[in-house]
Design a protein around this ligand. Sequence first.
Ligand SMILES: N[C@@H](CCC(=O)N[C@@H](CS)C(=O)NCC(=O)O)C(=O)O
Length: 234
Amino acid sequence: MEPILLYGIPAGSSMGLVAAFERVGQPYRLCRVDMLAEMKNDAYASINGRQETPVLITDQGKVLTETMAIAAWLEARDTQRRISFDPRSPEADRMHQLMAFVNTGFTAAFTPLWAAYEMESAEPVLLATLRDFGRKAVTERHDRLEAMIADTDFLVGDRLTLADTTLIGVARWAGFHQAVDATSYPKLAALRGRIEADPAVRYAQAIEDGEKLAGSGACLGHVPLAEGIERFAA
Ligand SMILES: N[C@@H](CCC(=O)N[C@@H](CS)C(=O)NCC(=O)O)C(=O)O
């Protein structure tokens, strides 16, 4: 069977993994998960106990969660190195370093902002505290990321890699939460522009928006969430 990637809307970090699968170009299917309506229930918990996206159903029909694990699964199969590097190369080391930075501290910095967003009826003082703390954390991580961006077209070298796809689904959250002034981060702004212009990323964005671009042809279509859960949940 083809692997199936469960991706989350709205604005899930998993958009980057859709782009990665598209760029690798091997047959895959998608499964759309409305995170606000379809995730916080027992049925979804039976496929991911942490009730999060992304989830990968591998070609062996096994459930694999966590962005980094799914990216590693894809990297191991990217034998043509369309989105990765030789595992023993310095470029692979730097790619893993940036992926880890983005998937840990950079992503986690948004947690207070998401908490405040999902908690609209809470005490105003608590909301203000969460937003203030979140904006400071996001700013600090943006400062660090800006300093880590090298003088290359993409995060590692001059082509799209898993480091860029790990970043792109999360980087847009800063605008959503109005957490930072994008003009303060010119290297990141330019990098995001290049990543977002990549055909695989444009394809993934269109999928998220409910549109369909021609794409590489590797995507064999969507599997309904109920079917994915029924067939593959533990
Ligand atoms: N550690 C997980 C985190 C995944 C994660 O935070 N997913 C978000 C969407 S981008 C989610 O499902 N949030 C819903 C929630 O926590 O309620 C990973 O890297 O895959």
